[in-house]
Design a protein around this ligand. Structure first.
Ligand SMILES: NC(=O)c1ccc[n+]([C@@H]2O[C@H](COP(=O)([O-])OP(=O)(O)OC[C@H]3O[C@@H](n4cnc5c(N)ncnc54)[C@H](OP(=O)(O)O)[C@@H]3O)[C@@H](O)[C@H]2O)c1
Length: 345
């Protein structure tokens, strides 16, 4: 290996309420740490960009501890083993874990997962379709949302990573009607192509009126929280299920959005349940099989928004909050672009 330096993006200072700034992160070089007994050295190929990263920067109690000042930014990642002192791994193995926003990771082999890409498959799908993104859509709809035949399913953030998979699962489910919500006409066109029956732009002046027109809701897959959640609560069917997946509208907000329609959970005997996908690992194999069957039937495809080089991580995270991504967002650290990375509807 000729390169001896490891480029890393570390947390420099915690952002106050609101978006990350130019001084939130800094880039540094460090020596590549050589693997000790039982350890492997991984060259990272893809790092994930996720809305939840904004929450990891706050010094508050959450489902994971905050990223510490000076630490490499936490991120799920895919890479290849370049040196191994663990007999379970050899050079060239594809591996997945939380390697972070950096070019190399060194650590115990027992802490990471080996991944195999099936013949004709794409490595990048370990970051999206068959990774936590696909599992979030699957667990959300079936475990939390108890999706049933004939449900009217409403999905917010529908053209994003989780949303695009959830939309296609619901479209493929027998007799379901799917209303997909996103923030631009280009995204609505994309969602129509994915089979959504109704598409709504939440930035339109008459969005509230159009939302009412789509009718009452059996399942609401909530990726955004805030005002759209409140509207959905206002038009629940009896025994509706609200999948509290995320609340991206709140992550950078200065203050919370009031929820006026909370009592409908009582009067409509409905359930709103939050979940963290990591708690459902026992269902991942089943989920991957379900999703790959849909792919084989031509009912599901996954799109990726790919930027190149570690220097793009911070800007790409910022862009996500402005809706610039279609599908799952990743940063590729590979030297060459692959065909699979260039695809977009
Ligand atoms: N519970 C879990 O285990 C779990 C796991 C993964 C993700 N999540 C959550 O799921 C949600 C979606 O995550 P993702 O990775 O799929 O992200 P994503 O949807 O790929 O990207 C975020 C999208 O949210 C939309 N958005 C940004 N600001 C918004 C606002 N103020 N109001 C409404 N929409 C806004 C943007 O699209 P538009 O152009 O449409 O605005 C943007 O493209 C997030 O809330 C995330 O935290 C939860």
């Amino acid at each position: 290996m000729s390169q001896q330096q490891n480029k890393q993006v570390v947390l420099h200072e915690r952002p106050q309420r609101g978006p990350i700034t130019d001084t939130t992160f800094k880039i540094q070089q460090s020596e590549i740490k050589q693997p000790g007994e039982g350890e492997v050295l991984v060259k990272v190929e893809y790092v994930s960009i996720d809305p939840t990263m904004r929450g990891w920067l706050n010094d508050v109690r959450s489902y994971l501890p905050p990223v510490q000042i000076g630490a490499v930014m936490r991120a799920t990642s895919l890479g290849r083993v370049v040196k191994s002192n663990d007999s379970n791994f050899k050079e060239g193995d594809l591996v997945f874990d939380t390697f972070g926003w950096q070019e190399y990771w060194t650590g115990p082999g027992k802490a990471i997962q080996k991944r195999v890409t099936p013949e004709g498959g794409r490595d990048i799908d370990h970051m999206g379709l068959y990774g936590l993104t696909g599992m979030t859509a699957y667990i959300g709809l079936f475990e939390i949302g108890k999706l049933k035949d004939g449900d009217h399913v409403v999905i917010s953030g529908a053209a994003g990573a989780v949303g695009q998979i959830a939309t296609q699962i619901a479209v493929a489910h027998p007799k379901c009607t799917v209303t997909a919500i996103a923030g631009s006409q280009e995204k609505l066109d994309y969602l129509k192509k994915l089979g959504a029956h109704n598409v709504l732009n939440y930035k339109d002046a008459d969005f509230k009126k159009k939302f009412k027109e789509v009718g009452t809701i059996d399942v609401y897959f909530d990726n955004v929280g805030g005002e759209i959640l409140d509207l959905a609560l206002g038009q629940l069917n009896p025994y509706a299920r609200i999948i509290a997946c995320g609340a991206i509208s709140a992550y950078n907000a200065e203050k919370p959005t009031p929820i006026y329609n909370y009592f409908n959970l009582v009067s409509m005997k409905s359930t709103m349940r939050g979940f963290i996908v990591l708690d459902h690992a026992d269902k991942f194999q089943e989920g991957a099989k379900y999703l790959s069957d849909l792919v084989k039937e031509g009912k599901l495809k996954a799109d990726y928004h790919v930027t190149y080089g570690l220097d793009t991580c911070v800007g790409t995270l910022r862009d996500m909050f402005e809706g610039k991504n279609f599908g799952k967002t990743v940063v590729s650290l590979k030297e060459q672009k692959e065909e699979s990375e260039k695809s977009k509807l």
